[in-house]
Design a protein around this ligand. Structure first.
Ligand code: PRT
Ligand code: ZN
Length: 283
């Protein structure tokens, strides 16, 4: 049995449960509950505040956890970061009132900065040899300049609309974050084996999310050009069509190069292009 800690309710909850579900691990969500058991994997799931997860994992109350990298680094607990998970992407940034002239990190010299991330902020200030006072607050950081609590802030930014609506502008990105899987650093052999099983499944899910299956028809005289455009896992599968002189080509394209490759395929003479989602992908 392995015990996983995830956020009870917040920005990481849905992504964490969806990932487990895509890994074939069924967990009922934690409304009103602290712990539940997966029905088809030897796993218990603990529902916690994200800030508490590093401590629980360090102490071994939970074996593994899913949380933002920003919290992992900020809490400075000795836990292992196992795998980046690709969701809840955000950045930790410095922001100042939009009418201020920003001249680089020295702008913050001698100023007050409000944040919930004093550790990461201090690292940035030290690296830039800036002396500023950090005013630690736990929420609504973005209102601090407006009420005269601080001259600047250091907070999580995603779309930037919170900064904008509070009359602030982002001037430095000091940390980029996404959800990560963390683990206690001295897991038993049995738990390590379960963690390996889980990371294998997570990798298969992440691969499938990042790739699409492509089927297309190509005249045989254009086949070589078309094959050279397709990256594929190894090489594309070519199947002759009933119509003489034509073949069907099957391959896998990564999401980030998708439209670029489709355009090239059409220009090269591909027809009847079908794009299918991939359920799981083991490479
Ligand atoms: O109750 P609990 O302590 O568990 O949750 P929490 O309130 O501390 O955390 P939560 O659910 O807000 O965020 C959990 C994690 O999601 C964070 O630690 C980040 O890793 C990640 N994440 C991703 C974000 C955002 N995007 C985000 N936009 N965390 C917070 N925000 C907030 C930010 O603080 C600011 O107030 O959203 C606002 C900015 O958003 P934009 O889109 O307006 O820029
Ligand atoms: Zn929190």
């Amino acid at each position: 049995m392995i015990r996983l800690a995830i956020q009870k309710s917040g920005r990481l909850s849905e992504g964490s449960l969806e990932l487990l579900n895509d890994c074939g691990i069924s967990v009922s969500n934690g409304i009103g509950r602290l712990m539940t058991q997966a029905s088809n994997f030897p796993m218990e799931v603990l529902f916690l505040r994200d800030d508490d997860i590093p401590q629980y994992v360090q102490d071994g109350v939970a074996d593994i956890g899913i949380l933002g990298q920003n919290v992992v680094v900020e809490k400075e607990r000795s836990i292992d970061e196992v795998l980046a998970l690709g969701f809840s992407r955000c950045r930790l940034s410095l922001a100042i009132p939009k009418n201020e002239n920003y001249n680089g990190p020295r702008w913050f010299e001698g100023k007050n900065i409000a944040t919930s991330y004093p550790v990461i902020l201090q690292q940035f200030l030290d690296a830039n040899k800036v002396k500023a006072s950090i005013h630690e607050i736990s929420g609504s950081v973005e209102i601090a300049p407006g009420i005269g609590l601080a001259e600047g802030i250091c907070d999580i930014v995603s779309s930037g609309s919170t900064l904008f609506s509070n009359g602030l502008k982002e001037v430095e990105v000091i940390f980029r974050s996404e959800a990560v899987l963390v683990a206690n650093s001295s897991l038993s052999a049995e738990k390590k084996a379960l963690l390996d099983k889980l990371t294998f499944r997570i990798n298969a899910v992440r691969q499938s999310r990042n790739n699409k299956y492509v089927l297309l028809n190509a005249p045989d005289d254009k086949l070589q050009d078309i094959i050279s455009i397709l990256p594929g896992v190894k090489s594309p599968t070519i199947v002759p069509l009933a119509m003489k002189g034509w073949s069907s080509v099957h391959s896998v394209i990564s999401e980030d190069k998708f439209w670029e490759i489709i355009d090239k395929l059409r220009d090269a003479g591909a027809q009847g292009i079908l794009i299918l989602p991939i359920e799981k992908m083991i490479v």
